[in-house]
Design a protein around this ligand. Structure first.
Ligand code: NAD
Length: 490
């Protein structure tokens, strides 16, 4: 089942859009792949309406039953993993080897959060009065989730699984460029027993459907995964409606290699850090900072390896680097490569893959001798473009790493355990790896600092984003007298 007809899925039913046509190209060929009508404000409004009843039906099930449904969802996602992977590969242009792994990760997410459904225990607070004070965690009724085009299936599962485990109903608006896998996932959830309306998918544009969703007072939280400028607009709109948000935004992560590191492992990991998913990854290790004594060696190894990575059709299992997802982003990446050259960075390898045009392919690109004032050192490129810079000592490495505006992730490579700990503590980022890169698990919290967003997904932390505490005061002493006011006997 790899149907990628696009519509909104509201109350378990097809809701056809009536707005402007949305045209999506095949990233591998550059030609039109799908066309559908924007769901716009009508789909957004209908989805929010549906979520009210859908959420009530979902919360009417016992927490244990909700957990069982999510276990069943995990099982069904695993059973459909190959279809999900093929659909994601075709619609997002991601290599099939990556989408296969992502489909399995989504199954894992539902299995993991299923366990939380009946383990959201409360607290008893030893208040100094005669009350029994019980704090429960209450689900937010309806949450709005906006996801990007670079990892549509992964980010949908990432947010839907904990939201449902918490007892929320969700209105998910995937990127208008990649709605297909979210629709398929929602249908699987319904088949597993999630009530129609507890998960609605709105297929539409950000400026119409998205804008309507994020400014509605019924959104218990607006969860946004996407670019920095849009995230700021979304958070402002949500705040205008008095609603909180969670922002998972972009990054410009630094991968720091000291001369005493295992350089061969570091060189290999540096490639996965930036070239996996063709650099369209929020945690991409787009800046490689290398200590001077081993700088030339690392530049040579990484550039040579980058030129050997297999660039090609996403459907080919041999492909390591697929195309850029869309024409606009492809042109942006190509433009930033030109900027890198014009600003004086040394182009070691890469650039647009003219031989694969009109597909949106960019070869793994390595710039050396990048200085902090260059555009490619500070802007998130969101493509397979690595900027390598030298440094002398820890102090300089930290100044470079922490000098940008985004603080999503970072890594340090060294065999000196003291330095590893010093650096890991000092790197300002939500995720830091020591002698590694890219390891992530749904079990561990994930999110940015400063410009990369606020709030946390994954782990138990995200359960706090989808619930809120309620404090319950129960009088246990029937002779207790209120310290204010008079009784009839006074
Ligand atoms: P984007 O900001 O263009 O869009 C994200 C979502 O917001 C889409 O669904 C879009 O339709 C919607 N949207 C756009 N305008 C809107 C508006 N005015 N109101 C409401 N919704 C609106 O992002 P993108 O280009 O799709 O994704 C790439 C970005 O996502 C990169 O910056 C990347 O780093 C980031 N990202 C971050 C994470 C993370 O976890 N931190 C994960 C994946 C991607």
């Amino acid at each position: 089942m790899t149907d990628d007809t696009v519509y909104s899925l509201i109350d378990g039913e097809v809701f056809e859009g009536t707005g402007d046509p949305v045209v999506v190209d095949d990233p591998a060929t550059g030609s039109e792949r799908i066309r559908y009508a924007d769901g716009g404000e009508p789909a957004a409004a209908a989805a929010l309406d549906s979520a009210q009843e859908g959420g009530r039906a979902w919360r009417a099930l016992s927490p244990s039953r909700r957990g069982e449904v999510l276990v069943e969802a995990s099982r069904r996602i695993r059973a459909a993993a190959e279809d999900l992977a093929q659909l994601e590969c075709a619609s997002a242009g991601k290599p099939i080897r990556d989408t296969r792994a992502e489909a399995q990760k989504v199954a894992e997410m539902f299995a993991f959060y299923a366990g939380f459904a009946d383990k959201l225990f409360g607290d008893v607070v030893p208040v100094p009065t005669s009350h029994l004070n019980i704090v429960t965690r209450e689900p937010l009724d309806t949450v709005v989730q906006l996801t990007p085009w670079n990892a549509p299936l992964f980010t949908a599962g990432w947010q839907l699984a904990p939201a449902l485990a918490a007892g929320c109903a969700a209105v998910l608006k995937p990127s208008e460029l990649t709605p297909s896998s979210s629709l398929m996932l929602a249908r699987i959830l319904h088949q597993a027993g999630v009530p129609a309306g507890a998960v609605n998918v709105v297929a539409g544009l950000g400026g119409t459907a998205g804008a309507r969703l994020v400014s509605d007072e019924r959104a218990g939280r607006v969860v946004f995964i996407g670019s920095v400028p849009t995230g700021r607009r979304v958070a402002a709109a949500a705040a205008g409606a008095g609603r909180p948000s969670l922002l998972e935004l972009g990054g410009k992560s630094a991968n720091i290699v000291f001369a005493d590191a295992d350089l061969k492992r570091a060189a290999r990991a540096a490639q996965g850090a930036i070239f996996a998913a063709a650099g369209q990854s929020c945690t991409a290790g787009s800046r490689l900072l290398v200590q001077r004594p081993v700088y030339d060696q690392m530049v040579e190894w990484v550039s040579d390896a980058a030129s050997r990575l297999v660039v090609g059709a996403p459907s080919d299992p041999a492909t390591e680097v697929g195309p850029i997802n869309n024409r606009r982003q492809f042109e942006r990446v190509c433009g930033l490569i030109e900027t890198g050259v014009s600003e004086g960075a040394k182009l070691m390898t890469g650039g647009p893959a003219a031989d694969l045009a009109p597909g949106f392919f960019v070869r793994p690109t390595v710039f050396a001798d990048v200085t902090p004032d260059m555009t490619i050192a500070s802007e998130e490129i969101f493509g397979p473009v690595l900027a390598i810079s030298p440094f002398d000592d820890e102090e300089e490495a930290l100044a470079l790493a922490n000098g940008g505006a985004f603080d999503l992730a970072g890594a340090v490579w060294t065999r000196d355990v003291y330095r590893a700990i010093r650096m890991a503590k000092a790197i300002r980022a939500g995720t830091v790896w020591v002698n590694g890169y890219r390891s992530l698990s749904v079990m561990s919290p994930f999110g940015g600092m400063r410009g990369s967003g606020f709030g946390r997904s994954s782990g138990i932390d995200v359960m706090h984003e989808y619930t809120q505490p309620k404090s319950l005061w129960i009088e246990t002493d029937e002779s207790a007298v209120a310290p204010f006011g008079y009784g009839p006997e006074d």
